[in-house]
Design a protein around this ligand. Structure first.
Ligand code: SF4
Ligand code: SF4
Length: 291
């Protein structure tokens, strides 16, 4: 079983469109949406959720105002300024509370307890293209890396159990911690870039990350016709750095129409679009099998 992750140096490159274009072609796969802060693959796949699970966050302090004597000690001692007096009541701002437990130990009245928070939910679903794992992190919650690792672990268990050939992963945008959680241990990284001012540098960063983790990678230029000069720069960069350029996808309104109709570009598109994704798939398989 091989794990293929689709990443981009930054958001808005059309990475998810590429994932959705490939999903129908990798027919014995498990699909994972690792963009847990802004998941969107489910909008098109319209999956049937089989299991909904809570993802625990850290601990937060809670003050019982019936017991609190308003001594102000917790407010004074909290290093994170998470406690304030609002209209005569001591309250904890859960976005600032780091869960250190200091106030809990200091409170002379025993008015503070530490409670586990819920950081989000993750789902095990069925889509018409195979099992689908996705999640939702509550805005402002941290630990997206942990949630991604857990999602990938669940997907892997499922893939092993059902002897699936591939795990297809839609990675989060950027090159930060969540992306690292998405690509660690993958067999192949497909980098989607676009011909903009930052296109080459975004590709550079994503490629360095894949190289650092010893993951084979290749590139796709999306909306390549929007700026032919920048597309040429990307071609040159790929050539110099020996990066396989699997496809240049021209700007085409049909991709947008497909998403609006809740269809994958492969299902919605004409023969030319189908050919584009077949070529990308062949390139990925060549890259994976290339020693
Ligand atoms: S330390 Fe305890 S009693 Fe004092 S203000 Fe805080 S919660 Fe209230
Ligand atoms: S648990 Fe720590 S961070 Fe949270 S309110 Fe108490 S002292 Fe502040």
């Amino acid at each position: 079983m091989k794990q293929i992750v689709i990443i981009s140096g930054k958001g808005g490159t059309g990475k998810t469109t590429v994932v959705l274009g490939l999903v129908p072609l990798f027919d014995n796969s498990v699909i994972v949406d690792c963009d847990v802060d802004a998941p969107d693959v489910h909008i098109v796949l319209e999956p049937d959720i089989k299991n909904e699970n809570l993802f625990p966050g850290g601990k937060n302090a809670i003050i019982d105002n019936q017991i609190c004597t308003d001594c102000g000690l917790c407010e004074k001692k909290c290093h994170f300024n998470a406690i304030s007096n609002i209209d005569g009541k001591l309250e904890v701002n859960k976005f600032l509370c780091e869960g250190c437990g200091l106030c809990y130990h200091l409170c002379p009245a025993g008015a503070i307890k530490m409670e586990k928070s819920i950081a989000g939910k993750w789902y095990e679903s069925e889509s018409k293209f195979g099992p689908f794992y996705h999640a939702n992190l509550i805005p402002g919650e941290e630990n997206s890396g942990k949630l991604i690792t857990m999602l990938r672990h669940q997907a892997r268990l499922r893939a092993e159990e059902e002897k699936r050939d591939f795990i297809l992963i839609d990675g989060p945008p950027g090159t930060g911690c969540p992306v690292i959680s998405s690509i660690t241990g993958a067999d192949y990284a497909l980098i989607v870039t676009e011909p903009t001012v930052s296109g080459v540098s975004d590709l550079k960063r994503a490629h360095s990350l894949a190289t650092h983790f010893k993951i084979k990678s290749a590139c796709i230029v999306n909306k390549s016709t929007l700026n032919p000069k920048k597309t040429q720069e990307i071609q040159k960069f790929c050539e110099i750095n020996n990066i396989a350029l699997l496809s240049e996808i021209p700007y085409d309104i049909r991709y947008l129409e497909a998403i609006e109709k809740r269809m994958t570009p492969y299902e919605y598109g004409d023969e030319d679009i189908k050919e584009t994704f077949k070529t990308i798939k062949e390139g990925i398989l060549r890259g994976i099998n290339d020693q």
